[in-house]
Write a protein that binds this ligand. Structure first.
Ligand code: SF4
Ligand code: SF4
Length: 273
């Protein structure tokens, strides 16, 4: 985590700040000498949407995905839990999804960070995805031969070509949580809220059980259409989860408590007086 903070400082100080109109020369394909070299020993933070895409691609439960393919670093100063893609134990620590001849075996569902390279996104604010002051930069890894190729892109064209827009759109709800003013306090979330954050953001099957198999639906009103969607659609459930987090972490009125539950609570409070 410390290295990441230092790297960010270097970017803010030394890297030219680019917009979507700026151009760069780059191409990555199986005939470059360095093919697959960058898919090893690398820190890739996974977003909630990255995990939905990858676990669906692999056909595994979200718990199995977390167990087999991720690391969950613990840092006392961390404000909320983060999840990293776990590199394999083989020599050179290759990504579990890279194959010598094929390259990335999850290519169509590769994470946001893999799509972005060699374009980086930074912001002077705490989170690099913060809109304010956001800028792009070009990350030129010394061994990357892609920069010797002739193809020229604007950053905007790269973003479109790599299918990044969908990831950005579906990352909005997550950003609203991690950039929430209450998250800007120095204090991390308390352990219960940490657990809730983790479940909603990274373990969608567990969150679905929480909604459908706990007292959740006895406590909150959820309209029938939404209920049908979130039963089977992970993306809709993820979006619903972000609304739930605003309620449960920040006490925003994003969920509707059932009138009978409210009434019972009022009676309980009166009886306690
Ligand atoms: S997910 Fe694919 S692109 Fe990303 S590091 Fe692994 S093999 Fe490389
Ligand atoms: S090092 Fe650069 S050119 Fe080589 S495989 Fe990775 S991204 Fe492509």
């Amino acid at each position: 985590m410390k290295e990441i903070a230092q790297f960010k400082e270097t970017i803010l100080k030394n890297y030219p700040r680019c917009s979507e109109k700026d151009t760069f020369q780059f191409s990555c394909h199986r005939h470059v000498k360095c093919f697959n070299r960058c898919c090893a020993d690398v820190n890739i933070f996974l977003t909630p949407y990255d995990i939905l895409r990858l676990r669906k691609h692999l056909g595994v439960s979200s718990q199995k995905f977390l167990d087999d393919y991720t690391l969950i670093p613990i840092d006392r100063n961390q404000k909320y839990p983060v999840v990293l893609l776990k590199m394999s134990d083989a020599p050179g620590k290759p990504c579990p999804f890279v194959k010598e001849d094929e390259g990335c075996t999850v290519y169509e569902n590769r994470p946001w960070a893999c799509r972005m390279y060699p374009v980086g996104l930074a912001s002077p604010k705490d989170d690099d995805s913060a809109a304010e002051g956001k800028f792009y930069f070009i990350l030129r890894e010394p061994d990357c031969e892609g920069f010797n190729e002739k193809k020229e892109w604007t950053i905007g064209e790269w973003i479109e070509d790599q299918g990044i827009e969908e990831y950005s759109e579906l990352g909005e709800g997550f950003k609203e949580i991690i950039l929430h003013e209450r998250m800007q306090d120095d204090k991390p979330l308390d352990p219960k809220k940490m657990e809730m954050f983790f479940m909603v953001c990274y373990n969608i099957d567990s969150f679905r059980r929480f909604v459908f198999e706990s007292r959740f639906l006895q406590m909150f009103e959820v309209d029938e259409f939404m209920l049908e969607q979130i039963k089977t659609d992970d993306v809709e459930l993820m979006k619903f989860g972000f609304e739930w987090l605003k309620f449960s972490l920040f006490s925003e009125q994003t969920m509707k408590i059932r009138p009978d539950v409210l009434e019972a609570k009022k009676r309980e409070l009166r009886a306690a007086q």
